[in-house]
Design a protein around this ligand. Sequence first.
Ligand SMILES: [Zn+2]
Length: 121
Amino acid sequence: MVQRLIRADLCDLDHEDGDRAATNRLAVELDGQRYEVDMCGWHETQARESLTPWTEAGRQSAARRAQYVVRRTAEQRRAADDIRQWAKARPEFDVADLGRLPARAIQAAHEAGVGLELLHR
Ligand SMILES: [Zn+2]
């Protein structure tokens, strides 16, 4: 029997109606807090349409303009792979081959220095 594992980044917003692959990461900053959500195309379209009144009326911050939409780079994917491998070796994190990485596993990996050099360059 041949088994093939396929790794996919999944939309953070898909839960009840089945998982879809994330095609983009949308970043929004509110009250000084930055939020990043990996989204499928359908949710990205919804998010962009619902934000239109604010993005049209508001001013882009020059320092942050380039960061409004952050596409996941090859380096970010490698960092996520490194973090997943690190966390999978530690049973306390219960990390699977696929799907979302638990926030506490990411935090612990960061504290151990895993993936940091790739994510924060
Ligand atoms: Zn979605």
